[in-house]
Design a protein around this ligand. Structure first.
Ligand code: PXP
Length: 247
């Protein structure tokens, strides 16, 4: 199995900071270019329905300004499909979205909505986008993702990270085992496996060590750590930890 593990840097929270003051800075594209120079393999941005961080103009600027792949995170709505088809990103990641949530709290229920999602992703795939489903490690969701023709699943690591920081280490290890099993199962069905949400320097190693995982998407921690280290050193350190985990 390939040892290569890509790092996608999520720059949403650069826009959160900008929007908090209604200023023109910090610019998400500038952060994305720093991430690109620091060795990120891709940039991830989530255009939410409420535009709380990334805005339409940011997506267009990222698409225009980046040399590395853009991963467009979005809810499976008609509006987002239209924007994605116009933006033509390298990749689209479908996520559940609730207005009242602070961040993407759970995985997408692909199994409950498989017919609609199969139709929904077809034009995106025809347009050349790599389509992934952001899901939990539940085998039913993995099977449904394979069935509808998504080439990729991204496994939600948020619960694992929460359990770690709550000091619930036995439960954390059970969750980690389920993520490992989910990654192996998804890979056995021919899906490419990604992972992300909540990952930090403390929690990344066991996830990066899962051999089937090909890409991690990390945002909030890297942007937070940039306050102390700077964005480039934060990304460099994350990269080192990922490479070390890969042996
Ligand atoms: N992957 C997906 C699908 C996400 O929705 C998010 C959060 O926007 C991330 C990865 C990154 O999570 P975090 O910002 O907690 O690192």
């Amino acid at each position: 199995m390939s040892k290569a593990l890509r790092l996608g840097v999520n720059i949403d929270h650069v826009a959160t900071l900008r929007n908090a003051r209604g200023s023109a800075y910090p610019d998400p594209l500038r952060a994305a270019l720093v991430a690109q120079a620091a060795g990120a393999d891709g940039i991830t941005a989530h255009l939410r329905e409420d535009r709380r961080h990334i805005r339409d103009a940011d997506m267009a600027a990222l698409r225009e300004g980046l040399a590395i792949p853009l991963n467009f995170e979005m809810a499976a709505t008609e509006e987002m499909q239209r924007i994605a088809l116009a933006t033509r990103p390298h990749a689209v990641c479908l996520v559940p979205e609730k207005r009242e949530e602070r961040t993407t709290e759970g995985g997408l229920d692909v199994a409950a909505d498989d017919n609609r999602l199969a139709d929904y992703i077809a034009p995106l795939r025809e347009a050349g986008a790599r389509v992934s489903m952001f899901i939990g490690h539940d085998p039913r969701q993995i099977e449904a993702s394979a069935r509808i023709g998504a080439g990729v699943v991204e496994l939600h690591t948020g619960h694992y990270c929460d359990l770690h920081y709550e000091g619930r280490f036995e439960e954390r290890d059970i969750e980690l085992e389920a993520l490992r099993a989910g990654a192996a199962y998804a890979h056995s069905l021919g899906l490419e496996v990604h992972a992300g949400h909540g990952l930090t320097f403390e929690t990344v190693t066991p996830i990066a060590a899962i051999p089937e995982v090909r890409e991690l998407n990390i945002g909030h921690f890297l942007i937070s750590e940039a306050v102390f280290l700077g964005l480039e050193p934060a990304i460099t350190q994350m990269r080192h930890l990922m490479d070390a985990a890969r042996g």
